[in-house]
Design a protein around this ligand. Sequence first.
Ligand code: ATR
Length: 277
Amino acid sequence: MTRSPDFIRAGVIGHPLRHSKSPLIHSHWIAQYGLNGSYEAVDIAPDNLQDGITRLIEDGCAGFNVTIPHKQSIFAMCDTLDDAARAIGAVNTVVIKDGKLSGHNTDAFGFIENLRQEISDIRFEEATCVVLGAGGAARAIVYGLLQQGAGKIIIANRTKQNADDLAAHYPEKAFAEDWKARHDILSDADFLINTTSLGMEGKDFLDIDLTRLKRDAIVSDIVYVPSVTPLLAQAAAQGNRTVSGLGMLLHQARPAFEKWFGVLPDVNDALKEKLQA
Ligand code: ATR
């Protein structure tokens, strides 16, 4: 089948890719907005990354999302980087133009936008935020919270050194704590965010005592399988408002889609249901 010259191709690169939800999300939007394009999963092993990218450029691809294990390697290959990608140290979205790669990171946008959609009276200014975990997702979330004016970020992580390293990027705003302190640091928190994989289907349970949490604190999780994690269920049961990780996954995809296809898509219930099916 020949494709018209205005056909737009995009996709996601990673290895392995069988768990990626991105093709489902972007294909849904291509159909919803009646666009002439495609979004495909492109499995590229780490050893073939350079060749794989060259092939995408030669094929006229508009750009791609980047997932495990390429987020940091792609960072080094980009010709330009946006502020978020530079601050977070990782790229999840690439735009190809005239053979050059521009690297972006939309995870912070996705996290913040999801909270804004779910909690209409949300206020980040001067908020105290407890972040569990200090990996790639935590880097994006800490950056996003501080961009929104959060006052203080407390990072508790199993490997304290990783929390120290992340906190060191934001002196006077971010502070590292031992993992065992996670219960005691909750009393001042306006937000509690789990960025670890604990609570995910098939992984260990996130063991945390939420009783010190203020009743108006907001609890969110980046884990989205299950959509209501034990952490969120525990928080909701004691009256805290909760935000599931599914929305972050959807909202981080929106600015990427806009960069390639020229439409900022919305997140509707049909898409949410499709993802949970
Ligand atoms: P991502 O890029 O998705 O954030 P990651 O970089 O692998 O993934 O980070 C996973 C986070 O979950 C890390 O903070 C990790 O803690 P370590 O820095 O000690 O590795 C945390 N994590 C993973 N398994 C954990 C467990 N069983 N208990 C506590 N923390 C855990």
